[in-house]
Design a protein around this ligand. Structure first.
Ligand code: ATP
Length: 369
């Protein structure tokens, strides 16, 4: 563990509302820095995404990639726009290249019900939803991304790859995360492997590896659920779950389901984490339907920045970073618990500027620790 406390952050605003929520987030982080010393963040803003491709012919310049490789962490808005595509019709998604290049194997998607946020489930236990989806992000059904094959316009093939190394590291990450969560909340500390091991050879293989790794973490409860049953359970009793590692595509799908459970895409943060690098970004995309209108909910981006600070603090042993992370989460919770804002996303009147102002004000309040 290094003892450094000055961090270089590459900022990739990207496209659409990615730019709007990134600017809001930098305003928030400036307020956090005014409240908490003991660490510093220096920002290096870099181009990338569909707009960059349209202007330069390059979706992700080599200089942006090498800045990411040197950075302590990466803060990412959203990239891609449906009307700007490569000549073969594919959407522009440099975030997938980043995951591969930086070996960001754990897609961490916390799904936590924030007090006061309107939820779609009427059961009062929905207020207790607090789980984390860990999406394996380097293989599975995305391994052949861009390499699928169509034969004679009659049949098409994609392939799923699951490796021992890929499985072991994502399961170990999940068990360690469950240990950390249990240290903060004794009710937590359970890992549920989500797959389709009854149908796919690749998933029967990863399921076997899950149980091998579970034995190395005897203090953490381990269980299993098929993805189809989990789709049902996430609607019927999501409050029962804690950490849920799953295959890449399954994780992609249930992450959006999870975001829906806690109010919408604007509430769902994420971190793509590897052994050396990490990218933090809201789970949502560039949302061209609302871009440029000031309607984007920046909370997912704020909570992603909180995850970044927590990760930096843990990695470098800087307690002030963990405090800053808790400061952001506490401020967001207070804003909603006190009903200070109702985002456009929930049918309310508040857009990016009003929500940012409310959270920045809450950060600055003495009562928030
Ligand atoms: P991608 O494929 O890149 O994930 P997408 O087009 O599938 O993107 P999003 O861009 O995440 O999906 O948008 C899905 C819906 O959620 C859209 O209607 C969008 O307006 C809404 N949405 C997404 N993010 C936010 C946000 N931060 N605030 C308000 N609404 C949002």
């Amino acid at each position: 563990m290094s003892s450094k406390n000055a961090f270089d952050i590459v900022v990739l605003p990207g496209d659409g509302i990615g730019i709007e929520v990134t600017d809001a987030c930098l305003e928030l982080l400036a307020a956090v820095q005014r409240r908490i010393g003991g660490f510093s963040l220096a920002y290096d803003r870099r181009p990338g995404g569909a707009g960059c491709y349209q202007q330069t012919g390059d979706a992700f310049p080599a200089a942006s990639m090498s800045a990411c490789e040197r950075a302590d962490a990466i803060l990412f808005g959203a990239m891609g726009l449906p009307h700007i595509r490569y000549p073969d019709g594919r959407e522009i998604a440099p975030q997938i290249d980043l995951r591969v290049r930086l070996d960001l194997y754990a897609g961490v998607r916390p799904i936590r019900a924030i007090p006061g946020v309107p939820l779609p489930l009427v059961d009062p236990r929905a207020r207790e939803i607090d789980l984390v989806i860990v999406r394996e992000s380097t293989e599975g059904w995305f391994y052949y991304f861009g390499k699928g094959e169509v034969r004679d316009d009659e049949e098409a093939f994609d392939k799923c790859r699951i490796s021992r190394k890929g499985s072991e590291r994502v399961f170990d990450f999940s068990f360690r995360l469950a240990e950390r969560r249990r240290a903060r909340n004794p009710k937590k500390g359970r890992v549920t492997c989500v797959d389709k091991a009854n149908v796919f050879v690749s998933m029967a293989f990863s399921n076997k590896i899950f149980w091998e790794r579970a034995k190395l973490f005897p203090g953490i409860a381990a269980d299993h659920c098929y993805i189809d049953a989990m789709a049902l359970n996430l609607v019927r009793k999501p409050w029962e779950y804690d950490v849920m590692p799953t295959e890449n595509q399954f994780g992609d799908i249930i992450s959006d389901l999870g975001a829906g459970l806690i109010g919408g895409m604007g509430m769902a943060p994420s971190g793509d984490i590897g052994d050396k690098h990490a990218v933090f970004q809201p789970s949502h995309g560039s949302a061209p339907d609302i871009a440029g209108q000031g309607k984007a909910n920046p909370i997912a981006m704020f909570l992603s920045a909180a995850m970044m600070l927590d990760w930096l603090g843990d990695r470098h042993g800087v307690a002030a970073c963990a405090d800053a992370s808790a400061l952001i989460e506490g401020a967001v919770d207070r804003v909603f618990a006190d009903k200070r804002v109702l985002p456009n996303e929930f049918g309310g009147r508040d857009g990016t500027a009003a929500i940012t102002r409310a959270v920045v004000d809450a950060i600055s309040e003495k009562a928030v620790a």
